[in-house]
Ligand binder design. Structure first.
Ligand code: PEP
Length: 263
């Protein structure tokens, strides 16, 4: 099957920017980022800023995503914001980000419920998977990816998996400046696609988009984006700098143009 997957560049702003700062930053970002229809650019600001940014946002350039969402649609869950509450604001939601897993102790069961809640509410989930350094050194990378994928995707149909996004984010590369080597990313994204094929069939494996995340910046982005099985990048730190983020989007556009001429 032909690969028509649209390259995605997603910026995870994490716990940064007040509403006022986010508004100013978005203004600068809109000036810096070119309108590239062939690249899907997603911004993932904190939950408080989603509403004001949704009004300000240039929808020709950007889509909004949430960094998290709770799996119960409503109820006595103090402090939580449900997928049902996010559904009119966002296209995407991160599920199982390593900071949720490791700082907030969220396990695969929680990730599975959030995946299901996202698709139930018409939000496309971006499931984050990846091994710790200790797991990599112990040769457990594939086992960890297998476990996180089979648990995270457990409640979804093949059609829902096709529309989902998976981000390979080795924990040791997130926020450390130490990015994975392209051949490590290629091996992991190939393994993830094979797992999706094994669990959900060839069609889902052909359609699902698989991103790399972990210290991506405007200098190294090209080495990941030009891999055949890598459909984009989930960017943390560098998404807080509009020059760098715009540079990553331009790199994605160049890679896309090269792919078209190769076909
Ligand atoms: C992330 O937050 O998902 C991430 C990959 O962060 P960074 O780019 O800073 O490593």
């Amino acid at each position: 099957m032909r690969n028509n997957r649209k390259i995605m560049i997603a910026g995870n702003w994490k716990e940064h920017f007040t509403v006022a700062q986010a508004s100013i930053y978005l203004h600068r970002l809109e000036e810096a980022v070119q309108n590239r229809q062939s690249i899907e650019v997603v911004l993932l600001p904190n939950v408080l800023t989603l509403q004001p940014l949704s009004v300000q946002l240039d929808r020709r350039k950007f889509r909004l995503g949430a960094q998290d969402g709770y799996f119960e649609d409503a109820g006595a869950y103090t402090g939580e914001v449900s997928m049902a509450m996010l559904r009119d604001l966002v296209h995407y939601v991160l599920v199982g980000h390593s900071e949720r897993r490791h700082v907030f102790n969220e396990n695969d069961d929680v990730a599975a419920k959030k995946m299901q809640a996202a698709v139930r509410n018409g939000i496309m989930p971006i499931l984050c998977v990846g091994e710790t350094l200790q797991e990599r050194l112990a040769g457990e990378t594939n086992q960890i990816l297998h476990n996180q994928l089979s648990a995270g995707l457990m409640n979804l149909t093949a059609r829902e998996v096709s529309a989902s996004v998976i981000a390979y984010e080795p924990v040791w590369a997130i926020g450390t400046g130490e990015f994975a080597k392209p051949d490590q990313v290629a091996r992991a994204t190939d393994f993830i696609r094979k797992q999706v094929e094994h669990l959900f069939g060839a069609r889902a494996a052909t359609h699902v988009r698989i991103l790399y995340g972990g210290s991506v910046d405007d200098h190294n982005a090209g080495s990941f984006l030009s891999l055949d099985g890598c459909d984009g990048a989930l960017v943390g730190g560098a998404s807080l700098n509009y020059h760098k983020f715009a540079g990553i989007v331009e790199t994605a556009y160049r890679v896309h143009q090269e792919r078209i001429t190769r076909r």
